[in-house]
Design a protein around this ligand. Structure first.
Ligand code: CA
Ligand code: CA
Length: 261
């Protein structure tokens, strides 16, 4: 009698799960067994994550004061000053250092350890590139790299020690673009696939929990560090406070979940 009741109620439970898609995402029944007391369903998620705070995007350098901007992160030293604009790349003059743009996103849902990441990308509002000086960013020739903090929950970067901490614990990087040079525009710019980075985080930490921070770093290629004659080889990105701010991380994935009646 008990099995009959379960068999009767279980489809209702599944329908309930499907209707509460906000909780589980798009659910499809992949296989089921009322006699086994549960069903395997495939949950598909499509996350488009925006930043929540001005502290979640910033500009910093790879060495400390006086060029480690931090906080809300605009580059004040460029002339003319461009409020709410992040500069990233490589800056030889005075500093001889990388400048990083850093973006922190909070996951709105779990990415379980058994998830398959099907797509991921990062999009920002480009504001062109630095054109003053010599050895600047060369459109269609230069390129960027993106990597992430290798942690299951990155925190907001508040001090330069946070920058030093990540330098020893980062994921592998992807090249932007995946081959050739990049034309960095005054317009919306979307990265190549970040699946390898998200997958690396998921695998290293056996999944990521809702509410966890994922922090992406955008830098010029590390080879620039050893090249001579570079100057402000930097591109520009609209900061959170900028009127044209539009920074998102998109992640699509699916996973199997056993639902017990
Ligand atoms: Ca900011
Ligand atoms: Ca700002």
């Amino acid at each position: 009698m008990k099995r009959i009741i379960i068999s009767f109620l279980f489809p209702l439970f599944l329908v309930s799960c499907i209707e509460t898609g906000e909780l589980l995402g798009e659910v499809t029944v992949r296989g089921g067994s009322s006699s086994g007391g549960g069903a395997v369903v495939t949950v598909s998620e499509s996350l488009v994550i925006s930043l929540d705070d001005d502290l979640d995007d910033l500009e910093t350098s790879s060495s400390p004061n006086p060029y480690d901007y931090m906080s809300d992160g605009e580059g004040y030293l460029h002339a003319p000053a461009e409020p709410d604009t992040l500069f990233c790349g490589y800056w030889e003059t005075i500093q001889d250092d990388f400048t990083y743009c850093v973006f922190r996103f909070e996951l709105p849902k779990d990415i379980p350890g058994n998830a398959t990441i099907t797509s991921a990308s990062f999009s920002v509002r480009g504001k062109g590139h630095v054109t003053a000086g010599t050895g600047n960013w060369v459109q269609g020739t230069d390129y960027l790299e993106i990597f992430a903090n290798n942690t299951d929950n990155s925190s907001t970067l508040l001090n330069y020690s946070d920058v030093e901490a990540v330098s020893g614990s980062r994921t592998s990087a992807i090249r932007w673009p995946s081959s050739g040079g990049l034309n960095w525009l005054d317009g919306q710019m979307t990265s190549p696939s970040l699946v390898s980075i998200i997958n690396e985080l998921k695998t290293n930490h056996n999944g990521l929990l809702s509410g966890s921070g994922i922090t992406l770093w955008v830098a010029s290629h590390q080879d620039y560090k050893i090249k001579a004659g570079l100057d402000d080889k930097e591109i520009k990105i609209a900061d959170y406070g900028h009127a044209e701010f539009n920074t998102t991380l998109t992640i699509e994935y699916h996973y199997e979940k056993v639902i017990s009646p």
